[in-house]
Design a protein around this ligand. Sequence first.
Ligand SMILES: NC(=O)c1ccc[n+]([C@@H]2O[C@H](COP(=O)([O-])OP(=O)(O)OC[C@H]3O[C@@H](n4cnc5c(N)ncnc54)[C@H](O)[C@@H]3O)[C@@H](O)[C@H]2O)c1
Length: 247
Amino acid sequence: MPKLQGRRAAITGAASGIGRGIAMAFAAEGARVAVLDRDGVAAERVAAEIIAAGGEAIALSCDVADEASVEAAFAELRAAFGAADILVNNAGVLRDVPFEDMTIAEWDRVMGVNLRGAFLCTRQVVPAMKAQGWGRILNTASQLAHKGAAELTHYVASKAGLIGFTRALAHELARDGITVNAIAPGIIETAMSANVPPEVKARVAEKLPIGRFGRVDEITGAAVLLASDEGSYFVGATVDVNGGDVM
Ligand SMILES: NC(=O)c1ccc[n+]([C@@H]2O[C@H](COP(=O)([O-])OP(=O)(O)OC[C@H]3O[C@@H](n4cnc5c(N)ncnc54)[C@H](O)[C@@H]3O)[C@@H](O)[C@H]2O)c1
């Protein structure tokens, strides 16, 4: 029996990288998937890939930092699916900026996508999850929330904030049958990590206990577990999937 049979999942930032991987994995486990992304064309491509593989998917163009855009996308989702049983707040942005060069606009942009976006999307799905007494909310944090990293004060603060958001909301919703958890990936080979120069990559990878960066398919198993009935006793957890970088 597929683990997510009959579930309706909304995944943000699902046009690429980890979000795309989670969307494909959820669909393979029987979920109907809404692929939400700021890049609507790429979201359409991922939805088409899922359908070609025999799954069910729709693409929704959505800027998670923008309230009106989020409202419109989730209205479309409700029209198509009725509601979402699973939400993955995965959309995220990152750009290295030394602290003294950090503009308020840059700070707000990263916090807006990575943290405000999770708040805006989550408030769209909680009422229906509560009404049915079942829901799963997953937030893609980062191991950098544990470690910190130079030139990423905005990103690290947003991801640490997302872990706090996860714990607080988990407290509030656990008795309604809704679990809220986070996954904190280490460095995973995606577009986000693609601009790291190869020599820097090799140096960083060498220091990891596992000796290499992670693949998207090494994150998706944790997401399926947390989104499924089998994950029912994970409440407010941050699942570290990082090749041993933080333990
Ligand atoms: N790749 C890594 O090493 C790594 C490590 C830890 C955490 N993460 C986190 O994983 C998540 C996914 O990252 P990835 O590596 O797959 O990156 P990615 O760049 O491949 O994918 C991010 C996706 O988010 C979308 N997006 C960006 N801003 C958006 C917005 N405002 N509204 C909607 N969609 C938006 C992008 O269009 C893109 O499709 C992010 O939250 C990231 O912070 C990544």
